[in-house]
Design a protein around this ligand. Structure first.
Ligand code: 5AD
Ligand code: SF4
Length: 493
């Protein structure tokens, strides 16, 4: 981790260890929190044992994620016993959902901050340091539904801080996430997010465009617009409504930005105007993250997803017609309440039929106080969930290989992000004198417009540029290729 602002601060600056669990929203929140802490003179460290401030940005979506937090808190407690001045904070969804449990089970936690209050992190920290008492900021009454138009007027929280986007803490300016919406109103029966992140609130489009412009000025070429159900973005402005397709158009006008992505889309709200925008706006990439969750209508109904498998398939067919070459990603939950073998087969059939680029699959985890927790028994045995999960994995493994193999011989546009992981290792080995040279050291990596990962040999001068790569080989997760036109080829932009 690298924090630019710390270069001008005191060499004895305090150290912050910030660990992020969970989704892209959390990654973005962590980046913004770290930005604030850097301004306060903190420098990031990868070692919590040496940190003055330990923050865990947590996820509540599955029990496993929460268990990990308690296990990390246990390790941190041992260090804090030796160094009681260390400040320990739990931020994010679990702080919001289980603040009482955390205070009871982990009394050494000094700071609790929910995802909607992260703009207060500096004040909370000051409070802990001043008073040596626990400081807490949470949003209450999360299930309360307020009228949409009032919510859209709510002020941005952490994004509105003056310097929040001027210093990306990891130094990577090339690609950036931009939040366009907070919270979720869908209340899928299994999901904790509407309770931890609150109601859906869309950010004013002018603020979003300003932020994208700022990022472009810093060198960002690719933005990913983030929202729990990003395609339901809706903002009332001067008596007009700005819909997601309108927002795409506005972001598209920002000079310097070359690629626009958006995650995650809710299939039930996917209107044709968005597909038209994807077709007509050249910067919008041919990629969709469209969680289906299940291929069985009975399960979808119990999940309270308001579409059927047939409607989902229709949407995918339309997307493929309107945006040729589009690549698709999805999430699936196996072993949800009442899922029969037949339901599971329907999910496998849907996956086989759609041929996703990749999918994320999860074993159903009952979350306290969700609708499913209240009325639907968690009745699929764990070993059955495990077996169904493995079957999804095996199927997708084959489909991912086929997806990637079908690209062999094609030329793809790649935004060059940096040396590949093996190249970084090879470079370290050369530097440490373990080997003299390594063929892998000049391997670069980047993504295509369809979000495929590509590795190829090339000079570091190409980092940050767009190049054309001819695909020569494929594995389930990556494409291998060579610069079209051979080494020394000019970047396309
Ligand atoms: N159990 C398992 N998976 C879940 N997800 C959300 N809630 C649960 C749960 N209770 C999955 C969904 C969602 C992804 C982010 O996490 O597939 O799309
Ligand atoms: Fe959770 Fe459903 Fe909202 Fe996604 S759409 S965050 S699964 S409630």
């Amino acid at each position: 981790m690298f924090c630019r602002l710390t270069r001008v601060t005191h060499s004895m600056s305090k150290r912050v260890y910030l660990e992020t669990m969970g989704c892209q929203m959390n990654k973005l929140d962590s980046e913004l929190v770290l930005g604030q802490l850097c301004r306060l003179g903190y420098a990031p460290t990868d070692d919590f044992r040496r940190a003055d401030l330990v923050l865990l940005n947590t996820c509540s979506v599955r029990q496993h994620a929460e268990d990990k937090v308690y296990s990390r808190l246990g390790e941190v407690a041992r260090i804090k016993r030796e160094r009681p001045e260390m400040v320990v904070g739990v931020i994010g969804c679990m702080a919001e959902r289980d603040h009482q449990g955390i205070q009871r089970k982990a009394p050494h936690v000094d700071l609790l901050c929910g995802p909607g209050n992260l703009n207060q992190i500096g004040d909370l920290l000051a409070e802990v340091l001043d008073t040596r008492q626990r400081a807490i900021a949470l949003e209450h009454d999360r299930s309360r539904r307020t009228p949409k138009d009032r919510r859209t007027l709510e002020h941005d929280s952490i994004e509105s801080l003056d310097l929040s986007r001027t210093a990306p803490p990891d130094g990577n300016v090339l690609q950036a996430y931009v939040r366009v919406q907070r919270g979720c109103d869908k209340f899928c029966t299994y999901c904790v997010v509407p309770y931890t992140r609150g109601p859906e609130r869309s950010r004013p489009p002018a603020n979003i465009v300003d932020e994208v412009r700022k990022l472009a000025d810093m060198g960002t070429r690719e933005v990913t617009l983030l929202g729990q159900t990003v395609n339901s973005y809706l903002y009332a402005e001067n008596g007009r409504t700005v819909r997601f397709a309108d927002l795409l158009e506005r972001v598209h006008e920002v000079g310097g930005i070359e690629r626009i992505r958006f995650v995650t889309s809710y299939p039930g709200d996917f209107t044709d105007d968005i597909l038209q925008a994807m077709r007509d706006l050249p910067k919008v990439c041919e990629y969709l993250s469209l969680p289906a969750q299940s291929g069985s209508n009975a399960v979808l109904r119990r999940m309270r997803r308001d579409y059927t498998a047939e409607q989902y398939l229709e949407l995918v067919d339309k997307a493929r017609r309107m945006v040729p070459g589009i690549s698709l990603s999805s999430d699936f939950i196996v072993g949800f309440s009442g899922e029969t073998e037949e339901d599971h087969q329907a999910t496998l059939a849907l996956i086989e039929r759609i041929r996703y680029k990749n999918i994320f699959m999860f074993k159903y985890s009952n979350r306290p106080n969700t609708k499913a927790d209240r009325v639907l028994p968690d009745d699929v045995p764990y070993r059955v969930k495990q077996r169904r999960h493995s079957e999804l994995m095996a199927l997708q493994h084959r489909l991912s290989i086929e997806h990637h193999r079908a690209m062999i011989g094609r030329r793809v546009e790649v935004l060059v992000e940096g040396p590949s992981k093996p190249a970084l290792k090879a470079r370290q080995a050369v530097e440490a004198g373990k080997v003299k040279t390594s063929r892998r050291a000049d391997q670069l990596t980047g993504h295509t417009r369809g979000d495929e990962i590509v590795v190829f040999a090339g000079p570091d001068s190409l980092i940050g540029r767009f190049v054309t790569v001819e695909v020569t080989d494929a594995s389930p997760l990556t494409l291998q290729g060579m610069l079209a036109g051979g080494p020394g080829v000019s970047p396309i932009r």
